[in-house]
Design a protein around this ligand. Structure first.
Ligand SMILES: Nc1nc(=O)c2c([nH]1)NC[C@@H]1CN(c3ccc(C(=O)N[C@@H](CCC(=O)O)C(=O)O)cc3)C=[N+]21
Length: 293
């Protein structure tokens, strides 16, 4: 029997409905959650993504502003825009689309965002809160992609407690925070990466596998324990130019218990959790205002 497919579009629809209700409740108080998206350069893929984010905001009743700048835009100018948005009370979340042109220091730009508006969860303050197990608890934000992956596990009743989870990839935006969220959920976590000696040895023991490498067919059927849950964070193109993930979907489907598709899996959930973080940021801001007046 082939594995269950975890539908990121359907789950997104449900969560975005809840987000829209929270946004409407805030709007009724005169606080419409607002997201600013900053794009530097003319990468066509980035342009598609940021347009999707802005459209998702509109559909959920969030206010959004998109600022696009030419590839030559200077780092100092970008930092000045972030400072202005940090001070703008109508903006609760700031997202600077990555990657940035090479002449701009990404980490410096991320650290310039007010931690209270760091809805991507990339600021060291968010990363630190996650490390000490306080993410989401008025301190920091969970990075959207790993957060979405946790929601997908929850949606099929997969509780990581006591399970062996293997994360492939150690990036700051997916692999590392994914491992920390699974650890917080009481999984036994192994992080594999490009220098791992025998990847299949690890993945064959896993009850949960999260693949975030950026290379097609990183996970094949022979590497998967029967019944395991597989989450595919990859985004690649096949020979025909079609979007595909890091998992050999057709093969792994015959072995796994559940798996996420690409497209229609983690991608939509990433945008969904961005909306959720933005509403959360606005709710925290409203609570702070109530406390100080
Ligand atoms: N500061 C920042 N934050 C990000 O969250 C961020 C970023 N920079 N830079 C680029 C990556 C990529 N990313 C995606 C989100 C959704 C889809 C998505 O919805 N994908 C659809 C398909 C889209 C298509 O058809 O091309 C899907 O998988 O079904 C894809 C990619 C967010 N990123």
């Amino acid at each position: 029997m082939p594995a269950q497919t975890i539908d990121g579009v359907a789950l997104s629809k449900q969560i975005r409905g809840e987000v829209a209700q929270r946004a409407a409740a805030l709007s009724a108080l005169g606080i419409t959650p607002g997201l600013a998206v900053l794009l530097v350069g003319d990468n066509p893929a980035s342009q598609v993504y940021v347009r999707n984010k802005v459209k998702a905001c509109q559909e959920a009743g969030l206010h959004s502003v998109l600022e696009t700048y030419p590839a030559e835009f200077g780092e100092a100018e970008l930092l000045a825009r972030i400072a202005a948005l940090n001070a703008d009370p109508t903006i609760h979340g700031i997202l600077v689309q990555l990657p940035l042109p090479r002449h701009i220091d990404e980490q410096r730009v991320i650290e310039a965002i007010a931690p209270a508006k760091d809805v991507d969860g990339f600021h060291v303050a968010s990363a630190g809160a996650l490390l000490v197990g306080r993410s989401g608890d008025e301190a920091g934000f969970r990075p959207c992609t790993p957060y979405g992956c946790m929601k997908m596990l929850e949606s099929i009743g997969c509780d990581p407690r006591g399970r062996h989870a293997v994360v492939i990839g150690r990036s700051n935006i997916v692999g590392k925070p994914m491992a920390l969220l699974l650890l917080q959920a009481h999984a036994t976590v192994t992080i594999c990466h490009s220098a791992t000696a025998d990847l299949a040895h690890h993945t064959r023991q896993a009850d949960i596998v999260v693949v975030a490498v950026g290379r097609r067919h990183t996970l094949t059927a022979d590497m998967v324990k029967p019944g395991a849950v597989v989450i595919d964070v990859g985004m690649n193109r096949d020979e025909a130019g079609r979007l595909c993930g890091d998992v050999d979907f057709d093969g792994v489907r015959e072995v796994a218990g559940a798996l996420t598709p690409v497209p229609g899996g983690v991608g939509p959930m990433t945008i969904t959790m961005l909306l959720a973080n933005t509403v959360e940021a606005a709710e925290r801001s409203a609570r702070r205002r109530l406390q100080t007046h």
